[in-house]
Design a protein around this ligand. Structure first.
Ligand code: ITT
Length: 194
């Protein structure tokens, strides 16, 4: 079984990644020791690389996978974007701050994005991808599933709220699912079929 370190401290991401990859013979493990990456890039792929490198420095497996993701709102010039996790102190406060910031906006278009970077033990980038899930910001929270901004995100392709999707459905249509599927196809070609 292929072992990959998931360079994250976000357990929601771990759950979603395990579900998306459930048909693959891959064991995802968490970094051991002090995983405290400095995310000092101005873009998602750059910050994913910061996390992957930090996990690789702790050393444990051959491969390290990082996910940097966020919600970009058109009327807010792409904010909260790379600041999504730090936009306000708690998940609820982040949601209310965002709803307040666009309360007078007619344009509610937004997208989730997920950048994934795979590195080796020496922090060489082996594969990277950035994927998207388009939709709109709802006027109020709806649904109990998912995490983060899911309760205020309307998924264009599904015509329903992200937090109304079952975990299995989110694992098919989300930004994270699209990015991880690219990573998994690459892994399949490079590591599993050889
Ligand atoms: P790690 O850096 O440890 O991976 P994090 O939560 O700090 O965890 P990010 O810097 O990538 O991760 O921030 C992502 C934030 O964007 C996350 O905390 C949520 O607020 C939001 N987000 C990302 N994906 C999401 C999703 O699928 N549903 C809802 N919100 C999401």
């Amino acid at each position: 079984m292929l072992k990959i370190t998931l360079a994250t401290g976000n357990l929601h991401k771990v759950e979603e990644i395990n579900l998306i990859a459930k048909n693959y013979n891959i064991e995802f493990v968490l970094p051991e020791g002090e995983f405290d990456p400095v995310e000092d890039s101005d873009n998602f792929l750059g910050n994913a690389y910061c996390k992957a490198k930090c996990a690789a420095n702790l050393g444990k497996t051959e491969l390290y996978l990082a996910d940097d993701s966020g919600l970009c709102v058109e009327a807010l010039n792409g904010e909260p974007g790379i600041h999504s996790a730090r936009y306000a102190p708690s998940a609820k406060e982040r949601i209310y701050k965002l709803l307040d910031a666009i309360k007078n906006e007619e344009n509610r278009k937004a997208y989730f994005t997920c950048a994934m970077v795979v590195v080796d033990k020496k922090s060489n980038i082996l594969f990277q991808t950035q994927q998207y899930c388009h939709g709109e910001i709802l006027k109020e929270e709806i649904g109990d599933n998912g995490f983060g901004y899911d309760p205020i995100f309307f998924v264009e392709s599904e015509k329903t709220g992200m937090a109304q999707l079952s975990p299995d459905k989110k694992a098919l249509v989300s930004h994270r699912a699209k990015a991880l599927n690219e990573v998994l196809s690459w892994i399949k070609n490079e590591y599993i079929e050889k």
